[in-house]
Write a protein that binds this ligand. Structure first.
Ligand code: ATP
Length: 236
């Protein structure tokens, strides 16, 4: 059962076509990755899914609805949540306040409190720093806050844009461990990554994007073994 169905998606910036008619889908419960070089159109694709960029053609069906008719501010309420590149935490709010923002559209106070406690279990480092202003956290800690906040919003589909960007290797490992734990809890995710090896290792399926097109797709294991993928994205 797919939760997201994208058909012939096209996006242009001015006269330049950044996404040139791509098809992909995500099934409920899956962790899928979209890999590709700089400028391939990955971020643009994610932005169209949450209405931040207008589509020039094609269709996006999420959870049985055409998302092009959803107002931007209603995406989270509908269960489609993105953790953007550069994290997007509220710098002037504390860690705890940021996490509480994740529960903005929920009415179950007890449930929110339980989920915040759960995020602190996933990220003990955030628990230690719950009163600290998010803007003063390290890059890795901000990534944890952004992911924690997204988890608390109980998404039907979580979009992660380059979660490993700019982080030290040990922190990247930690972030990927968490991604796997969140996936194991049943959260459906689309992961955009330049760290193709790690991304494919944790995902069930993958898509490779090149110059605005999907050039390859399949089970992540097969892509990891594919010679073209190995040469282009995994360092041979
Ligand atoms: P990266 O991994 O470097 O973030 P990406 O695969 O996510 O790359 P996009 O950010 O989607 O790629 O960019 C795709 C193309 O669209 C690039 O050529 C980029 O320069 C162009 N582009 C992206 N945003 C805009 C914009 N707001 N205005 C004009 N061109 C844009």
């Amino acid at each position: 059962m797919s939760i997201l169905d994208v058909k012939n998606l096209q996006v242009s910036y001015g006269g330049i076509q950044a996404v040139k008619g791509i098809d992909f889908h995500i099934n409920k419960g899956e962790l899928v990755t979209l890999i590709g070089a700089n400028g391939a159109g990955k971020t643009t694709t994610l932005k169209t899914l949450v209405g931040m960029v207008k589509i020039a053609g094609g269709s996006i069906n999420f959870d049985g609805k055409d998302t092009t008719s959803i107002a931007t501010h209603d995406f989270v309420r509908n269960g489609l949540v993105m953790v953007p590149e550069g994290r997007g935490v509220f710098a002037k709010l504390t860690v705890e306040e940021n996490l509480q923002m994740g529960g903005y559209y929920r009415n179950d106070r007890d449930g929110i409190a339980r989920d915040i406690a759960h995020v602190y279990e996933l990220f003990p480092r955030l628990k230690e720093r719950y009163k600290q202003l998010a803007g003063t956290l390290s890059g890795g800690e901000q990534q944890m806050v952004a992911m924690g906040r997204a988890i608390i919003s109980k998404p039907k589909l979580l979009l992660l844009d380059e979660p490993s960007m700019g982080l030290a290797p040990l922190i990247v490992e930690k972030i990927f461990e968490i991604i796997q734990m969140v996936a194991a809890e049943g959260v459906t995710m689309l992961l955009v990554e330049q760290n193709a090896k790690l991304a494919l290792q944790v995902s069930q399926r993958g898509y490779v994007m090149e110059s605005g097109k999907i050039s390859m797709s399949g089970p992540a294991k097969e892509l990891l073994d594919d010679e073209r993928v190995r040469n282009a994205y995994l360092g041979g």
